[in-house]
Ligand binder design. Structure first.
Ligand SMILES: *Cc1c(COP(=O)(O)O)cnc(C)c1O
Length: 386
């Protein structure tokens, strides 16, 4: 199922597009136990034509098991399917679980790439540390993704803004009700084909600034990609949706005055002078790979790119007097999402006349051009998987 390793792609970091031998070694560690009941071609093709995010999964999953004392064992690619869990499995009670989110992109020449997987691997290890879970090596992280993508290569869609979403995760699998770090864990990667986040063109979203709920606080788990952070965001998200808003933006838990991030996306503000601002990392919200890439791309374009405390009052005043020109949110799933409306208890303001901002859309296009191999990968962000 592996594709030729010699086809060239214009977009590889070193210009060769040749798969590094070292990646082959990592993939070889995974024992491929192929499904005996793959999805029929016609059914798969239909799913790829109109993918519904997170509902359809590929035929296989990558898996590695961990036991205290033995380490990571049994690297394998196996049939995608239900897990059997003892009712006392620790994750079901104490939520010891971390995850990542990334994408595999098919380039015009058929090769398949991913974006900055080393950054995701490093963050996954940091999340593991915070949740007292075993950390996976960068090699196993990248090897598992490449092995799964190769097993399910026919599931990587082609076409504008289509990709294969990859979801690596680790959970506490020990059946034990005592409160202590698990002595057993499972690492899995599952994959789901996705189409354009905005069917029918990019549309600005409305954002509710929540001045009552926080998803994390200082010393908490906000800078880990931890399932529990999402559980904490569901009620505020539901309340905002009832008011007619698409997403919630949270404020810092200490002063309740500065922007932090959305439930699953980082936030940026573009000023009238062209400078681009995003909340500085405080340890209480997630450091997005998209966020750091945008800081770089904005600076490359000659914009001042600033990480700093971003007071809500300044953003509100800036929208009123015109010093704030654009606001956008960013993350792997939606790439860059323009914000067209910002509201809270005491304000309700249009952003960029309710239209996608100019710089927002320019950076969005540049980033997706790099990811899909339409623009030179000048920062060496792309890694070829197959
Ligand atoms: C995943 C995630 C993001 C975005 O991170 P990317 O690496 O850009 O995909 C932002 N905030 C939260 C809370 C997240 O979980």
């Amino acid at each position: 199922m592996t594709t030729s390793s010699t086809t060239s792609s214009a977009a590889s970091a070193d210009g060769s597009g040749i798969l590094p031998a070292e990646l082959e070694d990592l993939v070889t560690l995974f024992d491929v136990r192929a499904t005996d009941s793959p999805t029929p071609d016609a059914e798969r093709e239909a799913a790829l034509q109109a993918p519904k995010f997170g509902t359809v999964f590929t035929d296989h999953m990558a898996r590695i098991s961990w036991r205290q004392g033995d380490g990571w064992l049994d690297r394998r690619i196996e049939k995608y399917g239900p897990l059997q869990l003892d009712p006392a499995t620790a994750v079901l009670h104490y939520a010891q679980e971390i995850f990542e989110g990334m994408k595999a992109y098919r380039h015009a020449d058929g090769s398949v790439w991913t974006f900055r997987p080393d950054a995701n691997a490093a963050r996954f290890a940091r999340s593991a540390h915070r949740l007292a879970l075993p950390a996976l090596s960068v090699d196993d992280f990248i090897g598992s993704i490449a092995a799964l993508v190769r097993a399910d290569i026919d599931w990587v869609p082609s076409g504008e803004d289509f990709s294969l979403y990859l979801r690596p995760f680790t959970f506490a699998s020990e059946a034990f009700l005592g409160v202590r770090p698990t002595a057993e864990a499972e690492y899995l990667v599952i994959a789901s084909p996705v189409g354009p986040y905005f069917a029918g063109g990019v549309k600005p979203v409305s954002i509710w600034i929540d001045e009552h709920y926080h998803r994390s606080g200082p010393g908490g788990t906000g800078d880990a990609k931890y399932g529990g952070n999402y559980a904490a965001s569901l009620l505020p998200q539901q309340l905002a949706a009832e008011k007619g808003f698409d997403q919630v933006c949270y404020l810092d838990a200490t002063t309740n005055t500065s922007l932090e991030e959305l439930g699953g996306m980082n936030v940026f503000v573009v000023m009238a002078d062209g400078s681009v601002h995003t909340p500085e990392l405080t340890g209480s919200f997630l450091e997005g790979v998209t966020r750091s890439s945008i800081l770089q791309l904005a600076a490359d374009r000659g914009h001042q790119a600033v990480e700093r405390r971003l007071p809500l009052a300044e953003v509100v005043a800036g929208l009123q007097d015109g010093t704030v020109r654009e606001i956008f949110a960013c993350g792997t799933a939606a790439v860059i999402t323009p914000v067209g409306r910002l509201a809270g208890d005491e304000f309700d303001l249009q952003v960029s006349g309710g239209e996608p901002g100019e710089l927002t859309m320019a950076i969005r296009e540049e980033l997706t051009d790099i990811q899909y191999g339409r623009a030179a990968d000048r920062h060496g962000w792309m890694r070829r998987l197959a």
